[in-house]
Design a protein around this ligand. Structure first.
Ligand SMILES: [Zn+2]
Length: 606
């Protein structure tokens, strides 16, 4: 893994992180006591559990990938406060709370800080704390949240072992493993097959998102290859029973089945990203990169307004309004899908900050003399005196340019992960075609790099249709889920806390079916480009769209606030055909993502 700060965002990605820095992250500590001066993690007498560490876990990487002076000062305060809280025993953090769980987040904060700065205090601190855990855990084991999230603790222990090679750290990792939920077993053998009805840590959405990496973290310790297979099988089984049209699983806030109106919690999105980033780095399995991009380019931008002032607790794939109203969540309250400061519950307010900056830090991975682009979003990388600039506005475009500049001759391997949807990617090095090995998920070139070299990548994105239950469909273009946007009126709520709260009303009706077959179907579709706006995920400047034919489906109805299930497809009863433009999921906060198809070619036969 490259040091934090070695990868800097560019283009639309830099704009997005700048919006995050200027709005919710940069201003949160002044708006919210839970991460302000009164936080017990900063020596105050206020919140003493997960919120402080959650916030710092996003603040620290954001500060370093942007190199932002003000954020760096804020981040340093959290780090110094955590470090100075350690007692002689090795324990640290608020004295009013000895829960293992929030300390697991603080470990991630310190490792990020070390990655960026090399601050040796971190090594000493972690060694002392893990010694404390080593002697204390047998009598005071992980419990509750800690017992399902222990993989995060184990990951930090194995990270320290990679730095200092102390044997007892491996024993500690085994103790933690034994005390942590066996997620691989649950997800492959015992997984709930419908909407959860009662609380169980194993059906809690963010817990599942964090648990996804548990087998891979255990693999890092044991190198037992069966864990790799079980991890793949776990994801497949989760998708079978809870996979939604966008490719991630429901959790509102418990596992809730496959329907497009069930919610996904923002904590679940950012924890899922961290899990896939970890899994990709450990295994090099390119499929985890597809899962990661799916979240980064669809559910993550959708979880906030385009300027990152407010977020949803739950997002829906089929979302026809954002308002306080009853929706069929497995557990959460009526305000869970408004865009606000602390809708439903404040965990996401504290935790959402890690999403974008850790994604930037994970775009490239280094392993000895191999440097790999895991995702081709715009950035610049500095590595051993070599600079690489990635331009091309992926994923809104499918052509990317890598400008490699090596002032001194250097031999190394440059690799590019090929997304699973890219069936015939083309690579050119200074204009010469250098294709990937047939069927390989990585393009790879080992040579002596000297001076400037240009690598052009054409991923060849085409519109495609994915079949869902009842033969309804979702549409994809490259890494983007494409949706029918409903238009949006953003109604501000007077006197709302934080940076504001908005309820959203649609500007058109929503119950459409789509033509996917024949002369007007997917084979005739083309992606159209538009310039990317300064808020990259704003609806009015959606950077890519696909023109399709749709028609009203009168039989597809709604309850007060949400669409009902799509009728069986193809639908025989529909109104006049209309043109419509599908746009990226992350650009449309009101949208239909899963829709029935209409039998337009059969109309004369009906
Ligand atoms: Zn949350």
């Amino acid at each position: 893994v490259l040091p934090l700060g070695a990868i800097r965002p560019r283009g639309w990605l830099a704009d997005q992180l700048r919006l995050q820095a200027e709005n919710i992250t940069g201003r949160l500590s002044g708006l919210w006591a839970d991460v302000g001066d009164s936080s017990a993690w900063l020596g105050g007498d206020g919140e003493d559990w997960e919120r402080g560490p959650y916030f710092a876990d996003g603040l620290v990487p954001l500060a370093h990938v942007l190199g932002d002076h003000d954020l760096l000062a804020q981040a340093q305060r959290w780090v110094d406060s955590i470090l100075s809280s350690q007692t002689e025993s090795g324990q640290f953090g608020p004295t009013t709370n000895d829960d293992w769980w929030p300390r697991m987040i603080a470990l991630k904060v310190l490792i990020s800080h070390y990655s960026a700065t090399g601050d040796e205090r971190v090594i000493e601190f972690l060694t002392k704390y893990f010694r404390y855990q080593f002697t204390t855990l047998p009598d005071r084991p992980l419990r509750s949240w800690g017992a399902v999230r222990g993989a995060d603790n184990m990951l930090a222990v194995l990270w320290l072992h990679s730095q200092v090679s102390l044997d007892w750290l491996l024993e500690l990792a085994d103790i933690l493993s034994d005390q942590t939920e066996d997620w691989g077993r649950y997800l492959t053998s015992d997984l709930i097959t419908g909407k959860a009805k009662v609380f169980d840590h194993r059906t809690h959405g963010p817990n599942v998102a964090m648990g996804l990496k548990a087998d891979i973290v255990r693999y890092l310790r044991t190198r037992d290859g069966t864990l790799l297979d079980r991890s793949t099988a776990a994801l497949r089984n989760l998708d079978r029973w809870h996979g939604q049209v966008h490719g991630f699983f429901s959790g509102d806030e418990w596992l809730a089945g496959r329907e497009a109106t069930q919610g996904v919690e923002t904590c679940q999105v950012v924890e899922g990203m961290f899990s896939f980033e970890t899994m990709l780095a450990i295994t090099d399995d390119a499929d985890y990169g597809d899962h990661l991009e799916n979240l980064a380019f669809n559910l993550l931008p959708a979880s906030s307004d385009p300027e990152m002032r407010a977020h949803q607790y739950h997002q829906q794939a089929n979302q026809i309004s954002a308002s306080v109203a009853h929706r069929e969540w497995s557990y959460s309250g009526d305000d869970a899908n408004v865009f606000g400061f602390e809708p439903n519950f404040g965990c996401c307010t504290a935790n959402l900050h890690q999403g974008w900056p850790k994604f930037v830090a994970s775009l490239w991975i280094q392993d000895d003399d191999v440097l790999t682009a895991m995702s081709l979003a715009p950035c610049e990388v500095d590595w051993r005196g070599v600079s690489i600039t990635v331009s091309g506005d992926y994923p809104f475009r499918d052509r990317v340019r890598l400008s490699v500049d090596s002032p001194e001759a250097a031999e190394f391997t440059l690799r590019v992960r090929i997304p699973g949807w890219s069936s015939a990617p083309r690579f050119r090095v200074d204009g010469q075609i250098v294709d990937a090995e047939h069927g390989s998920r990585y393009w790879s070139l080992t040579r002596t790099w000297s001076g400037p070299t240009t690598v052009e990548v054409d991923l060849g994105a085409e519109p495609r249709v994915e079949r869902r239950d009842r033969q309804s469909v979702g549409v994809r273009w490259g890494a983007l889920a494409m949706v029918l946007p409903l238009g949006e009126t953003w109604d501000p709520v007077p006197g709302a806390p934080g940076l504001g709260e908005w309820w959203l009303r649609p500007r058109r009706s929503w119950n459409y079916g789509i033509v996917v077959d024949g002369a007007l179907g997917v084979d005739a579709w083309h992606a159209a480009e538009k310039p990317i706006g300064t808020a990259p995920w704003a609806l009015e400047s959606a950077p890519v769209s696909i023109e399709v034919r749709v028609a009203h489906v009168p039989g597809w109805t709604s309850t007060a606030a949400e669409a009902s299930l799509p009728p069986d497809s193809p639908v025989l009863d529909f109104s006049a055909m209309e043109h419509a433009r599908l746009v990226p999921y992350g650009s449309a906060r009101l949208r239909i993502t899963e829709m029935p198809t209409i039998a337009w070619e059969r109309k004369d036969l009906i």
